[in-house]
Ligand binder design. Sequence first.
Ligand code: ATP
Length: 433
Amino acid sequence: MQKIVSLAKRRGFVFPSSEIYGGFGSCYDFGPLGVEMKNNIKKAWWGEMTRKQNNIVGLDAAILMSPKVWQASGHLTAGFADELVECSKCHKRFKSDDVKNKCPKCGGSLAKPRKFNLMMKTFVGSVEDETSETFLRAETCQGIYVNFENVLNSMRLKIPFGIAQIGKAFRNEITPGNFIYRTREFEQMEMQWFCSPQQADKFFNYWKQQRMKWYLSLGIKKTNLRAREIPIRERAHYARRQVDIEYKFPFGWQEIEGVHNRGDYDLSNHAKHSGQDFKYEGYIPYIIETSGGADRSFLAFLVDAYGEVKGGRTKTTEATKETEILLKLYKTLAPIKIAVLPLVKNKPAIVKKAKEVYKLLKPYFTVQYDEVGSIGRRYRRQDEIGTLYALTIDFDSLKKNDLTLRDRDTMKQKRVKIKDLIPCLKKQLYPTA
Ligand code: ATP
């Protein structure tokens, strides 16, 4: 993990938040490469869960909602509280699930567990009193439930159908940690599928499979992914059935997405509290939810792609003794698709041509131009951030108007005419687009 965290910072994927002031409570900022990669993950999810489906539509609900929503959803009561224990000596706090009798930090005795609500309180309006108190949403799905009828009616949908949403959520986690795995501010990618009670089991299995396939289709290794059926005592309070999709992180198997059969829990509660009637053809729809995290899948994709080659891959250059890092990100997820590299930087004609190629490609792909250091070093810098293709402009390019295209994974090189470059790259990067 340390290697991942260090690469993430060194190469502009993820920085600790407010670092110049010593950081801030497990918050992180996505750097120039991180934001590209996270956007790619979200784009892949959105395409899969909306565009490719017949009956799923999108939504972008507000983060701030009426506190009545959280009353109805059960978040303000025991349903959304973790048990917390505090060490009587060092006053560190832990989730009671994570500790036994003694404080893991100082060995001090632990006080009695108490409930700790994870909702983040905030105030809306200019007066800090009860009437304007609300919460940052702790999950994005409530915005979907309260819009169930708006979406159904405005889009003239019929059950079964789904609503997909990507957005920030906030939880005052007792023990955040493992880099971006558990943070207090994170981004969810959720789809809520509304169906009849009779069809709930069938759709649960269907969506569980679809979601497993999605991770595999984006390059996650099969041996690092599993679906774990969650027994009743461990399930979320609303779940009739729950499968956690887990990834084998360096710190163990951990959830990256939950698939839940929420039954009629949500719509019944909102019907009761709001006085609305959410019956559809005589029944309250059941909800199958696929609830993933953009940050957790980001970490899984990063860990899965990370590899080290001892002694380096090329045996011909000076740097062969070094350990080389190769980030084998799936092509749609890689933050930079192409690097443009003049073979040498002291030949103005080569530099000029390389800059022309860079300008040519910029409107179509994420491209980096790099002329600093030996060509071998530059290839390695690009391999380390997962750049798919490196284009080198050399002396022959000046005569033949072509360049070499080097593949990140195979290191094979081929010559391509500059006039054919855009269709050639489009075909390799987006074969089905
Ligand atoms: P955990 O048991 O790990 O706290 P959870 O079961 O509470 O997670 P859900 O409420 O099912 O998580 O949320 C769905 C998804 O949202 C999770 O699978 C995860 O990807 C993401 N998520 C939840 N909490 C966090 C967090 N604190 N930091 C980052 N991502 C999170």
